[in-house]
Ligand binder design. Structure first.
Ligand code: AMP
Ligand code: ZN
Length: 113
């Protein structure tokens, strides 16, 4: 997608702090962290949100396997972490390339506001 911020990151047109990459998944640090650790995991194939991505369950599995691999390699399971994805205006989605926030490193608040 030409006008997609995260596709531009994938094409190296915009810099990002990479923390994970395999053939199909990319992980990087969120530029405006909402927790001590705030990472984003995206699939390299563009979809706009999780409901669109649900048409490609293999891709969802690949992202979650990447999160599993990364969080295990960083020993994050013991302390814990949260995975969040937003869809649409009420949830505050601002980038329309499906992404999974991984929040960790401190006690997280409960859901909603
Ligand atoms: P959402 O609001 O769920 O769509 O999440 C989009 C996230 O992308 C926000 O947490 C932003 O801080 C983050 N973000 C926006 N631009 C960049 C960027 N250039 N590099 C890294 N993270 C970004
Ligand atoms: Zn995209």
């Amino acid at each position: 997608m030409d006008n997609c911020l995260f596709c531009k990151i994938l094409k190296n047109e915009i810099p990002a702090k990479k923390i994970y990459e395999d053939d199909v998944v990319f992980g990087f640090v969120d530029i405006y962290p909402q927790a001590k650790t705030h990472l984003l995991f995206i699939h390299k194939s563009h979809t706009a949100n999780i409901n669109e991505m649900a048409n490609d369950p293999k891709a969802i599995g690949e992202v979650f396997q990447a999160i599993q691999k990364y969080t295990r390699s960083e020993s994050m399971e013991q302390e814990g972490f949260r995975v969040v994805t937003n869809l649409g205006p009420l949830a505050g989605q601002t980038v329309f390339h499906t992404h999974f926030h991984v929040l960790a490193g401190e006690k997280l608040g409960r859901f909603g506001s």
